[in-house]
Design a protein around this ligand. Structure first.
Ligand code: HBI
Ligand code: FE
Length: 298
C-alpha cells in the first residue's frame, strides 16, 4: 500500500485582514493525485452508505445542497472544484488542513468564510468511527450546508463570535463551543412537522444517524440559546440530548445580539449535565437514559 500522500505545506500564506498580513498556518494543498484507490474506496463506501441512510432522516436542505455541489461516491471531491460552486453560491471557500486547528485559527477562518477541511481520509478499519474529524466528516458532513445562504451566514457569525469570545475568556469560549456542538455538530431541525438531522457529527455517522432520531434513550429538546450554552456535552459517546431548531433563520436570529451580557449572565449560573431535562424545556422526547455513561460530560 503506497505511503500516505504527503501534501505540500503552504507556509506563510498571506491573508489580508485590514491591511495587516495574517499568516495562516497549517494550510495545505489537497494532495488529490496522491489519494490511493483505497482512499477513494473508503469515500465511496461511506458516501453511499450514508446517503442511503439519510433519505427521510437528513434535512432536505442538507441533501439538496450536497447534490447541488455535485458530490458523488465516485471519487473524493476536489476542493478546487467545490470552491467554484461554493464560492458562487455563498462566498465560502474550503482550505485543506492537517486536522483540528487551535480555536482562534479556526474561528478566524470561519469569520472570513474559509472552512478548514482535513486533507486525509480514515483507514478502512476506522470506517465506523474515528476520533478526530477526517476528510469524510468535514467534506460530507460540514461543507454541504455552507451552500445554504442562511446557514452560511450563521457559520460566519459563529466565527466572528468565536474571535470575540476568545478575547473574553475561557468560560465564554466554553459557552460558545457548546452552541457549536449542539447545532453545527449535533443539531436536529423540524421539517414538515418531523424531526430531521442537519448536524455534521450525526450525518457523517452511521450509528448516530439512526440513534439521534429513533432511539428512546436521548432527550430531544427545543432550541433555547442560553440553555444550550449552559449544557455540557459528550465527546466519546452518542449525545444524551439533541436540540431541535425550527429553521436556520432561528439560528441566525439567535446569534444577532451581542453576547457580552449573555456571557455575564451565564457566568453566574451552573452548567447543566448533558442528560438533564429542565422544567422550562420544550420537550419532544424525555429520554429513557438507557445506556448512558454516568460520568464524562464535558
Ligand atoms: N479545527 N479543523 C478544525 N475543525 C473543527 O471543527 C474545529 C477545529 N478547531 C476547534 C474546533 N473545531 C472546536 O473547538 C469548535 O467548537 C471551535
Ligand atoms: Fe465537525
Amino acid at each position: 500500500m503506497s505511503a500516505q500522500p504527503q501534501p505540500r505545506r503552504v507556509e506563510n500564506l498571506h491573508t489580508d485582514k485590514g491591511k495587516v498580513p495574517v499568516y495562516a498556518t497549517g494550510i495545505v494543498e489537497q494532495p488529490w493525485d496522491g489519494y490511493t484507490t483505497e482512499d477513494h474506496a473508503t469515500w465511496a463506501t461511506l458516501f453511499a452508505r450514508q446517503r442511503e441512510l439519510l433519505v427521510g432522516r437528513a434535512s432536505e436542505a442538507f441533501l439538496h445542497a450536497q447534490d447541488a455541489m455535485g458530490m458523488t461516491p465516485h471519487a473524493i471531491p476536489k476542493y478546487a472544484e467545490l470552491n467554484a460552486v461554493l464560492g458562487a453560491a455563498t462566498g465560502w471557500q474550503l482550505i485543506g488542513v492537517e486536522g483540528l486547528l487551535p480555536e482562534l485559527d479556526f474561528f478566524d477562518h470561519l469569520a472570513n468564510r474559509r472552512f478548514p477541511v482535513t486533507w486525509w481520509i480514515r483507514k478502512p478499519e476506522q470506517i465506523d468511527y474515528i476520533e478526530e474529524p477526517d476528510l469524510f466528516h468535514d467534506l460530507f458532513g460540514h461543507v454541504p450546508l455552507l451552500m445554504n445562504p442562511v446557514f452560511a451566514d450563521y457559520m460566519q457569525a459563529y466565527g466572528r463570535g468565536g474571535v470575540k469570545a476568545h478575547a473574553v475568556g475561557a468560560e465564554a469560549l466554553q459557552n460558545l463551543t457548546r452552541l457549536y456542538w449542539y447545532t453545527v455538530e449535533f443539531g436536529l431541525i423540524r421539517e414538515h412537522g418531523a424531526l430531521r438531522i442537519y448536524g455534521s457529527g450525526i450525518v457523517s455517522s452511521k450509528g448516530e444517524s439512526i440513534h439521534a432520531l429513533e432511539s428512546a434513550a436521548p432527550n430531544r429538546i427545543g432550541f433555547d440559546l442560553e440553555r444550550i450554552m449552559r449544557t455540557r456535552y459528550r465527546i466519546d459517546t452518542f449525545q444524551k440530548t439533541y436540540f431541535v431548531i425550527d429553521s436556520f433563520e432561528q439560528l441566525i436570529e439567535a446569534t444577532r445580539p451581542d453576547f457580552t451580557p449573555i456571557y455575564a449572565r451565564l457566568a453566574a449560573q451552573d452548567s447543566i449535565p448533558a442528560g438533564e431535562v429542565l422544567d422550562g424545556d420544550h420537550v419532544f422526547q424525555r429520554g429513557s437514559g438507557e445506556g448512558w455513561a454516568g460520568d464524562g460530560d464535558v
